[in-house]
Design a binder for this molecule. Structure first.
Ligand code: PEP
Length: 249
């Protein structure tokens, strides 16, 4: 049985005062939820999250990491640094990293390996653009993106992945994949994972991301291979994020 994971992606938003309110709201409202929850925040706020969330069931993590272990890489943040702040998760290969920073499949795979080696859980993002969907390439694109990672990790590592299907056209646009559209892609991703590691593949959490909100979360999360959500905009308001968590269980 896969545990539902609701992960927030704050992107480049927040400040210490606003974060304190948001984190306090989450702590107060989370109750006895059985859902696994994590917030992936800008690196400068990892310490704040560590201080605020350490005694709670809410995990925290980052939105990217370096492929390098240490050294002359100005501006980068290593896996060991994330580990130093007790991060549980790190988002890797978000479409905004792929498109704005030229991250290709090979770089994403290196980052996943760096995260795994440090004991972090990578949330590996895959997803097609609108043009790719309209050209009937969705299956090829997401399979290629996931296989690029699976081809570089040991079978025993498959169970340590989280995969997020994030159709690029649905991110921050208010357009959501229908539950059936998302489920169809999740089933393809599950098949790829299981082809590499049958038992572990069945246990990997596959999240949906792309304008998941309180009013559409329940129907998306009801699909058999949708094991949670990666939430952008709605993760910035405690009430919305909590509503999604409570819709999940
Ligand atoms: C995201 O950035 O990962 C995301 C899913 O954003 P939004 O929920 O705002 O579409």
């Amino acid at each position: 049985m896969r545990r539902t994971l609701i992960a927030g992606n704050w992107k480049m938003n927040g400040n210490q005062a606003a974060n304190a309110l948001l984190l306090a709201g989450l702590k107060e409202g989370i109750g006895a939820s059985v859902v696994q929850v994590a917030v992936c925040v800008p690196a400068p706020y990892l310490f704040q999250c560590q201080a605020a969330l350490s005694a709670t069931a809410i995990g925290w993590g980052a939105q990217d990491l370096s492929v390098h272990a240490a050294g002359a890489y100005t501006g980068e943040v290593s896996a060991a640094m994330l580990q130093d702040f007790d991060c549980s998760h790190v988002i890797i290969g978000h479409s905004e990293r792929r498109s704005n920073h030229g991250e290709d499949d090979a770089t994403v795979a290196l980052k996943v390996n760096a995260a795994l080696a440090a004991g972090l859980t990578p949330i590996v993002c895959v997803g097609e653009t609108l043009a790719q969907r309209e050209a009937g390439q969705t299956q090829d694109v997401v399979s290629r993106q996931l296989d690029a990672v699976l081809g570089t990790i040991a079978v025993e590592m498959v169970g340590r992945l989280v995969v997020a299907y994030e159709p690029v056209w649905a991110i921050g646009t208010g357009k959501t994949a229908t539950p059936e559209m998302a489920q169809a892609v999740h089933a393809i991703l599950r098949e790829r994972l299981s082809a590499k590691a049958p038992a572990a593949g069945a246990a990997v959490q596959i999240l949906y991301g792309g304008s998941m909100k309180p009013d559409n979360a329940r129907e998306l999360l009801a699909m058999p291979d949708i094991d949670g959500g990666l939430i952008g905009g709605a993760a910035l308001k405690a009430a919305d994020f909590l509503a999604i968590i409570h819709a999940a269980g």
